[in-house]
Structures are given as C-alpha cells and as structure tokens.
Design a protein around this ligand. Sequence first.
Ligand SMILES: C[S@@+](CC[C@H](N)C(=O)[O-])C[C@H]1O[C@@H](n2cnc3c(N)ncnc32)[C@H](O)[C@@H]1O
Length: 258
Amino acid sequence: MSSDSIRLICNPFTHETLHLSDTSEGPVLVGDESATTFRVRDGIPILMNSANITNASQKSRRYYDAVAPIYAFTQSVYYRLNGGEAESRQEYLNYVRVKKGDRVLEVSVGNGANIRFLPKEAEYFGIDVSWKQLVRCKSTGACFGFEVELFQADAEHLPFVDNSFDVVFNVGSVNYFEDKSTAVDEMFRVAKPGALMVIADETEKAASSHNKLPIFRGYYNSWKTPVEPPVDELPSDAKNVRLTESRSGMYFSLQFTK
Ligand SMILES: C[S@@+](CC[C@H](N)C(=O)[O-])C[C@H]1O[C@@H](n2cnc3c(N)ncnc32)[C@H](O)[C@@H]1O
C-alpha cells in the first residue's frame, strides 16, 4: 500500500482518515477519533466488520469464499457457452471508458477478471466482501500483469474519502445488495465530480432462465425479484444517465456521471 493510497482510505463507518501503524501483531490502520484499528493481512486492509454489514453481504461473503477456488473455471465455462469470456465481458466493459492515468475503482472486484481486459495505464483499486476472492485477484494480477490495490470491504460502506476516483464500476453483484440505494450513493460519493460510473448485472430475463436450472438455484435465491437495474436508486444529481442491454438482453449496463 503506497502513501498515496493511504491518503484515499477512510474508516468506512465514520469517514475519519486512517494512518498506518506497526504493531507486534503486524500492520494496522488506525482511526484516532474513534480509536478503531483495522488489520492489514498479506498487504490487504480489512476495512469491514461482520457486525456492521447486512445479512445479504454476509451470505455473499460465505458463498464466494466457498466458490473462490473454482470461480475462474466456472466463469470460463459459463462464458464459453455464451460466446467467449473476452467477447462477453467486452460488451459491458466498452462502457467503462478508462483513460491513461485514471484512478479506477471496481466495487466487488471478485478475482479481477474485468481489470484483466482494461487498459494497463491506469491506477486500479478493488474492494470485495470475500477474502478468498481478493486472494485470487492478487494472483490473477500477477498472472496477467496488472496491479490493483485491494481492500476487504462492503459495497454499502466504501472505505474511501469523497471525490477520489475518475471511474467507478461494478459488475455482477448489485442484484445481491440488500440496500442498493446505499451502495449506489457510496459509489457516487467516492467518484470525482464528472467521473463515470457503470453498474452492470444480469437482467430478469437471465435470472428467470437460469433459475430453472437446479445448479443455479442457490446462487439466485438471495436476489430480490423481479431483478431491476437500480435506475430509481440513482442520486437526483446523477447526470448523463443511460441504460443499455447486452448479451441478447441477458445483461444490463447502467451508465451515469457525477
Ligand atoms: C459474480 S461475482 C463478480 C465478480 C467480478 N466483478 C466479475 O465480474 O467477475 C460477485 C462478487 O461480488 C462480491 N460481493 C457480493 N456482495 C458484496 C458486497 N456487499 N460488497 C462487496 N462485494 C460483494 C462477491 O464476493 C463476488 O466476488
């Protein structure tokens, strides 16, 4: 974690700034006002605690910790059946317009499969509720040659100060969030004025067709139905709002700026 990154981090619950300190148990991030400390494990700050996250977030964390070892494999099989991973991801990543030198945040970064397809000349940050997905993301970065600063955190409590990022995006998890409105507000808060935000996930058409397959039932049963893009949850001052569909109506992509 560079000193530049530390300046962007805050306590996700109080928004106070944090500083790095070494203890006999390893490095920690400290918030002086609230006397809170957050552990840094294997270079990844743990900026959440179970008491402050929703049941849906806890359930996602358990689910993705369990499937992390096979996540990349299942994704590649799923995408192979749907026209190829690079081609399918590119359909919504085309809206994530990253310029040289941009500071980019992926909320729910998973194993880093999207960042792999984005321009290398930008600074990437990723948060995820699942520790095991973050560990996979670190190795995906090493394998595909991208660097990403990772944080274990909840989408509904982002650990960054206001106006920090040029691009904020989120793929494949908004349907899980218990409080989509808070998660969208958080993305908006940490985006710089003028920044681009993109939220993409499966549509109701995808959910209802996959839900017929017993193998997917556990995966979708925490979603609220019908699945709707969070257009009504956008802050009233969101600009340039645009909703598109890709992959034959199976995925939506909601784009807007601050
Ligand atoms: C389907 S995966 C998508 C991962 C990646 N964005 C991709 O496109 O491959 C969903 C991810 O969302 C994460 N997730 C679910 N709920 C979350 C929350 N409340 N906060 C942060 N991450 C969350 C999961 O741990 C998982 O890694």
